[in-house]
Design a protein around this ligand. Structure first.
Ligand SMILES: [Zn+2]
Length: 96
C-alpha cells in the first residue's frame, strides 16, 4: 500500500485517496473549435510511461481536495505532491 503525502493533511494511507489518472495537458480554451480526432486525443490519450510521471489524486476520506502527485511507475515510489496551480518541486529525470 502506498503512503500518499496530501499537501494539506500530510502522509496518509492510500485507502483514503482516489486516483484521478495521469495529469494531462491543459483543457483546450475552446473545445468546440477542435475536430473529433483532436478532442478524442485530448480526452483519452496519455503517455502511460514507465518512470516518473504526474497524476491527479483526490483526498476523498480527508480534506476533500485534489492535488498533483509525482510517482515513479517503475517501482511505485511516491516522489512528491503539491497543490494544483502551485509550482511543482524538482523531479528526477527519467532513468535517473
Ligand atoms: Zn488532505
Amino acid at each position: 500500500m502506498l503512503e500518499i503525502p496530501c499537501p494539506w493533511c500530510g502522509p496518509r494511507a492510500e485507502v483514503e485517496f482516489a486516483c484521478g489518472g495521469e495529469s494531462g495537458p491543459p483543457r483546450p480554451a475552446d473545445p468546440g473549435s477542435l475536430d473529433d480526432a483532436a478532442w478524442t486525443a485530448w480526452l483519452w490519450n496519455r503517455t502511460n510511461r514507465k518512470g516518473p510521471h504526474v497524476e491527479t489524486w483526490w483526498h476523498q476520506a480527508g480534506c476533500g481536495r485534489w492535488f498533483l502527485l509525482a510517482r515513479d511507475t517503475s517501482d511505485d515510489r511516491v516522489l512528491a505532491s503539491w497543490p494544483i496551480g502551485a509550482t511543482p518541486p524538482p523531479l528526477p529525470e527519467e532513468g535517473a
